[in-house]
Design a protein around this ligand. Structure first.
Ligand code: MLT
Length: 253
């Protein structure tokens, strides 16, 4: 099996950046400027530059990222996941509790899908198999970024669209199935012994601030940062505020 295509840049504390759905490592380009950090950002199978694989679970994505870190000799790292990347981060925490020196949970949630959410994912799989991914991109883009950002028409929107367009239909269907079947990560979050940073855009309606507040209340040692003027991809929309929050988290950890 081929290694995941990965950006590996900088030196210092390793941070593993795990992207959301249906995106790629490109969404972290604004984070690679955070100094004193070795930025490791894989493309999950079927996203960005990584070839699709028959991945059937979030645990399997986590195994692929753990294998990548093993190959790089990284034994300890901060794990940072956006949305679906957060689901993968929880699984990594469960599979290898000794790895995480910090956990950054970005616009994500620890609880599984509702039965309605699950049904929607299965319907989306049917539709992607028939039509491809364009309808999904058009439906998701306005939820990823605020309307003000999209109206600004700058690099942020172009980059998110580009990341979504690079996702393969096979990769998208595998991820939808994996997300629909994921379990509850409340116990993993509660037992995390490392410091936890929870970040949320105040205008995120996919994983709203109430999810972030609950996660922050569950973790033993957590800091909650709400980013105004940001929707689901708060790291993309407000890299200045986001990077500042991560830098102070690293300085405290
Ligand atoms: C994501 O951004 O990864 C997705 O919104 C996650 C999800 O659909 O649960």
């Amino acid at each position: 099996m081929r290694a995941l295509e990965t950006i590996d840049r900088g030196s210092g504390t390793p941070i593993v950046w795990i992207h959301g759905f249906p995106l790629s490592s490109l969404i972290f380009e604004g984070q690679f400027e955070i100094p004193g950090v070795r930025h490791v950002a894989p493309d999950l199978p079927g996203f960005g530059r990584s070839a699709p694989e028959p991945v059937e679970s979030i645990d399997r994505y986590a195994e692929r990222v753990l294998a990548l870190l093993d190959a790089k000799g990284i034994r300890e790292a901060v794990i940072a996941g956006v949305s679906m990347g957060g689901y993968v981060a929880f699984s990594m925490l469960r599979q290898r509790p000794s790895l995480a020196t910090g956990l950054v949970l970005i616009d994500t949630r620890e609880v599984p899908d509702t039965s309605e959410g699950r049904r929607n994912r299965l319907a989306q799989i049917d539709r992607v198999e028939k039509e491809g991914t364009s309808f999904l991109i058009e439906a998701m883009l306005p939820r990823m970024l605020t309307s003000a950002t999209i109206r600004a028409g700058d690099r942020r929107t172009e980059m998110v669209r580009h990341a979504m367009e690079s996702a393969t239909p096979a990769g998208v269907c595998a991820a939808l199935r994996a997300m629909a079947d994921r379990g509850d990560s409340t116990a993993a979050l509660r037992s995390a012994s490392c410091p936890v940073l929870v970040v949320v855009g105040t205008e995120d309606d996919l994983t709203p601030p109430s999810d972030a507040e609950r996660m922050s209340g569950t973790a033993k040692n957590s800091t909650l940062v709400r980013i105004p003027g940001a929707a689901h991809l708060s790291n993309v929309e407000r890299p200045d505020v986001f990077n500042g929050a991560v830098r102070s988290f690293l300085d405290r950890s």
